[in-house]
Every structure is written in structure tokens, then in C-alpha cells.
Design a binder for this molecule. Structure first.
Ligand SMILES: Cc1cc2nc3c(=O)[nH]c(=O)nc-3n(C[C@H](O)[C@H](O)[C@H](O)COP(=O)(O)OP(=O)(O)OC[C@H]3O[C@@H](n4cnc5c(N)ncnc54)[C@H](O)[C@@H]3O)c2cc1C
Length: 327
């Protein structure tokens, strides 16, 4: 690793001031489970001049409910989410998603903010500098996406503009199905909220150079809503999603009255399957309507040469999630 200045921020304001002072040349460090790998492999052309440790900021590590919803602080770890009785009782799909992330060690260190902001896992983007030189793709300010005509087995099947890497965050998929918003703090003590599915941009996320995530918030789902998170991986333990599906569906006497359906690892952001949700409302849930919903969910897919299989796997997960509610 190259030398860098290191700061322990004592408040959100101090972290934002440091980000502003370094004008885009400082990086926030939460659990460090993603950032340190990115730095050690020197995958980025611009090495940060400063690292701002945000674990020293009090007040960002909490899971709390009020009458309208649930708030989770950015420094809450994935392990704390899986252990929370409030999460288990209110939003079991979030617990399921957090449980599938990496290993116990990484879940002990990795935070909600870091999971949402982690860098993509594209093997061209992540190619270590030491073994042949980094690959300057669109996401690094270079030209072209080597995956577009290359080894694109795990890349986007929809929604990619320029970069075909998929959003690697499992929490983002679960949170999008819960209608969650990301709370973003910016210069001058300003805060704004962004829907999780709008948080990602074609080459990163919506955060400005002097902004940070302070938490997420979502409305409490109806107690009648049934929730599911399904993830397909190549290996059982410690693996990123090839594809995933998060669903929150309310049924009354077998008829669907409300549905939120989100697809993961198919695009640079979690994808809400709006036409499938619309189709399901008012319908009786059967093998046939579940299959039709799955077709609608993937209607916009435009797979690359080597990843058409992902479309079929997501359809299978959508059907499995929906039909699971009939059992
Ligand atoms: C072996 C391995 C397997 C993994 N498997 C999975 C998986 O299956 N599913 C999955 O979802 N993830 C997976 N991950 C990723 C892991 O979940 C993330 O590394 C972790 O959640 C990141 O959290 P962190 O706090 O350690 O982030 P850090 O490494 O500290 O930060 C990651 C990035 O986010 C930025 N950042 C951190 N906090 C904030 C904030 N509050 N506001 C703005 N920017 C911020 C940092 O500057 C950095 O760019 C895996 C990682 C590893 C190493």
C-alpha cells in the first residue's frame, strides 16, 4: 500500500469537512472489508491521499423503530442486523439478505453504509495492478467496457449504460424491496434522502465528493406481507450473488393485494420489477400467474453473449419466491 494521511473523524461534520478539504482525494473507511482490498490491489488509478475512519463517529450504529418506520445507522454491522430481534420480527427478508453476505468475520466488520457503497466486483475492473497492470475501463475514466465483448458471465443483463458490472450489494436488493431510502449528509449540515434503487448511477452512486451515507430508513411493512430473499450463488459459503430476488407480497384469500419485487445482480442497480408487480395486484397467485409475473419481470432483459442463463435463473427465483407463499 502507498502511504496516506489517516484521520479518526469524531462527527459527520468532521468527516465531510475532511472530504471537502481533500477535494475527492480522501476515502471514507468504515469496516474496511472492501476498501482495503481495493487499495492493496491498487485497482484505482488515483490512490487516496487520506483515509477518514468513520467508525469513531458516535450515533451511527443503531437499529430503531418509531410509529412509521425503521431506521438503521450507516455504521451498523451486518452481524448486528442478523442478530436484531426487531429486524427478524419486522423485516425478515433483510435478515435473510444480511445472513447471505460473505463470512461471519466480514459480517462482524462490514457495515450497512459500506455494503451499499462497496465497489463492483467485475473482474476487469478489479484486475490487480501488480499482475499485469490495471485495466482502464469506463468506470475508471478510461474508454470501453472489456466485459461487453469479453468474459461477461456474471455481468448485467439489463440496464447497463457503458459499464456492465452489476451492483454487488445484497442489502441494496432487500432494502429496495422494503421501499427504503438512503440518508445522505452533505456540506453545510444538509441531508437528503434517495430511494435505494435510485442510489446507483451508471458508473457509481449519487454521492457527491463531500457527501456520506448516514443511514437507511424504510416504512414498516404490513404484518400481513410475506417476505422472501433468495440468492443464487456458485458456491454455498462466501459468494456474491449470480442473481437474487427480494419479494414482499400481501395475499388475501389467495389473491395478491400488494407486491414489491426486486431483482439483484442483473443490472448496475437493484431493479424493481414494476410491470410484474402491477400484473400481480388483484390476481390469484397460481403457478400460471407466477410464471407470467416472472416473464414480465425479465421482459427488459438484453443479455450479453455469455450470460443469457442469468435470465432463466432469475425467472426461476421469482417463481420460487411467489409459489413459496402458497405452501
Ligand atoms: C470475500 C468477500 C465476500 C463478500 N461477499 C458479499 C456478498 O455475498 N454480498 C454482499 O453484499 N457483499 C459481499 N461482500 C462485500 C462486503 O459486504 C462489503 O465488503 C462490506 O459490506 C463493506 O462494508 P465495510 O463497512 O467494510 O465497507 P468499507 O470497506 O469500509 O467501504 C467500502 C466503500 O464504501 C465507502 N463507504 C463506507 N461507508 C460509507 C458511508 N457511510 N458513506 C459513504 N461511503 C461509505 C468507502 O469509502 C468504500 O469506498 C464481500 C466481501 C468480501 C471481501
Amino acid at each position: 500500500m502507498k502511504p496516506f494521511a489517516h484521520y479518526n473523524a469524531r462527527s459527520v461534520e468532521e468527516a465531510l469537512r475532511l472530504l471537502a478539504e481533500y477535494g475527492g482525494k480522501a476515502k471514507l473507511n468504515a469496516g474496511g472489508t472492501d476498501l482495503l482490498g481495493v487499495l492493496k490491489d491498487r485497482i484505482l488509478p488515483d490512490y487516496p491521499e487520506a483515509i477518514v475512519n468513520i467508525k469513531t463517529i458516535p450515533g451511527l450504529k443503531n437499529i430503531a423503530e418509531d410509529e412509521e418506520g425503521v431506521s438503521i445507522g450507516a455504521l451498523t454491522t451486518l452481524a448486528e442486523i442478523t442478530a436484531s430481534p426487531l429486524v427478524a420480527g419486522t423485516v425478515p427478508l433483510l435478515k435473510e439478505a444480511a445472513k447471505t453476505v460473505a463470512s461471519p468475520q466480514i459480517r462482524n466488520m462490514g457495515t450497512v453504509g459500506g455494503n451499499l457503497c462497496q465497489d463492483v466486483r467485475c473482474w476487469y475492473y478489479r484486475y490487480p495492478h501488480e499482475i499485469g497492470g490495471r485495466i482502464m475501463c469506463f468506470r475508471k475514466g478510461g474508454k470501453g467496457c472489456p466485459a461487453a465483448a469479453g468474459e461477461n458471465q456474471y455481468h448485467a443483463v439489463m440496464g447497463a449504460k457503458k459499464c456492465h458490472a452489476v451492483c454487488p450489494s445484497d442489502l441494496a436488493v432487500a432494502l429496495a424491496a422494503l421501499g427504503a431510502s438512503v440518508t445522505v449528509a452533505g456540506p453545510g449540515s444538509t441531508t437528503r434522502t434517495v430511494a435505494v434503487e435510485d442510489f446507483y448511477t451508471p458508473l457509481g452512486n449519487v454521492l457527491g465528493p463531500a457527501e456520506m451515507v448516514t443511514g437507511v430508513r424504510f416504512p414498516k411493512p404490513s404484518p400481513a406481507a410475506r417476505q422472501t430473499f433468495l440468492k443464487f450463488t456458485l458456491r454455498k459459503p462466501i459468494d456474491f450473488a449470480v442473481v437474487s430476488v427480494a419479494a414482499a407480497v400481501t395475499l388475501e384469500r389467495g389473491r395478491c393485494t400488494d407486491a414489491r419485487l426486486v431483482l439483484g445482480a442483473v443490472a448496475p442497480a437493484p431493479v424493481r420489477a414494476l410491470s410484474a408487480e402491477e400484473f400481480l395486484r388483484g390476481k390469484e397467485l397460481t403457478a400460471e400467474t407466477a410464471a407470467q409475473a416472472a416473464e414480465l419481470a425479465l421482459a427488459g432483459a438484453r443479455p450479453l453473449a455469455k450470460n443469457a442463463y442469468k435470465v432463466e435463473v432469475v425467472k426461476a427465483l421469482v417463481k420460487r419466491a411467489l409459489l413459496g407463499y402458497l405452501g
